[in-house]
Design a protein around this ligand. Structure first.
Ligand code: URA
Length: 273
């Protein structure tokens, strides 16, 4: 059986961006899980991307597979792109290279080393490239875009832009309260419907024809709203369950420090009887 995979950082400027990157000089270990290393991107680096998505920070599944937005948040965004006909021609980067631990201080968010390095990625993906629209997931990503826009005002003005609610904001906000979760999900989907409407006229080269009338979200997630992440977005040799499923990696431990040191990977039932 033949497999497709993402070859990774094989050409400039991505080779250099992945050879030297901010570490504790810009990302304090008290605010980021530096111990698991930086995770850079997901999607096309060959100039074919028509949409750029800015996420927030990687979690445990991203840490294992070394690509971003590969869990539930990623599937939700993949569904949003699919509604715009974008099924291959996209690229994702996060606001932060490392997983956030606790919260990020304003001074850290604005650290010139952190911001300049992220702007180098944004320039690499946008300047002289074909991206038609940028989507920012959550407030930190919106700020990342605004900081880059200030350095490239003319170039940024040529690209459609939408800042949307982060895909897993309803879960973080509702903290297990199902009534709050339903209300926050409804609000998120309304917010995403506004973005769909705003961005769709600017996608001139979708991978699949965009439907004559957009398929808007309802009040809750429906069949087809969450879309599987293609095998071609993952590094070579990953077992199918790692990209087809979720919930196989968790931070386990008896206290905060133990949890920080550990990511437990469990192959799902059915894969191993
Ligand atoms: N995983 C990521 O890599 N980024 C997000 O914003 C959320 C989950």
């Amino acid at each position: 059986m033949s497999h497709v995979f993402d070859p990774g950082y094989v050409a400039e400027p991505f080779l250099s961006l992945c050879a030297a990157y901010p570490e504790a000089d810009a990302y304090p270990a008290s605010q980021f899980r530096l111990e698991w290393g930086p995770i850079f991107h997901r999607g096309r680096l060959d100039g074919s991307a028509r949409m750029l998505v800015i996420g927030q920070d990687p979690a445990q599944h991203e840490t294992v597979v070394r690509r971003i937005l590969v869990g539930e948040a990623g599937r939700r965004v993949q569904g949003l792109l699919a509604k715009l006909g974008v099924t291959r021609s996209y690229v994702f980067i996060n606001t932060y290279l490392y997983s956030v631990y606790g919260s990020v201080k304003t001074k850290t968010r604005r650290n010139p080393t952190l911001v300049d390095y992220r702007n180098r990625w944004l320039d690499a993906l946008l300047v002289g490239r074909r991206v038609e629209a940028v989507l920012a997931l959550g407030q930190a990503a919106d700020e990342a875009w605004q900081l880059r826009k200030a350095t490239q005002p003319a170039q940024s003005a040529n690209i459609a832009y939408a800042a949307v609610t982060h895909p897993t904001q309803p879960e973080s906000f509702s903290k297990g309260d199902t009534t709050k979760l339903a209300a926050a999900t409804k609000k998120l989907l309304q917010n995403w419907n506004v973005a769909l409407q705003a961005v769709s006229p600017h996608i001139h080269h979708p991978d699949e024809p965009m439907p004559a009338t957009l398929h808007f979200y309802g009040d809750a997630w429906a069949d087809g709203d969450r879309v599987a992440i293609p095998e071609s977005d993952f590094p070579a040799g990953l077992p199918a369950w790692m990209h087809e499923q979720d919930g196989w990696a968790r931070r386990a431990g008896k206290d905060a420090l133990a949890k920080r040191r550990n990511i437990t990977i469990t192959a799902p039932r059915g894969v191993v009887a």
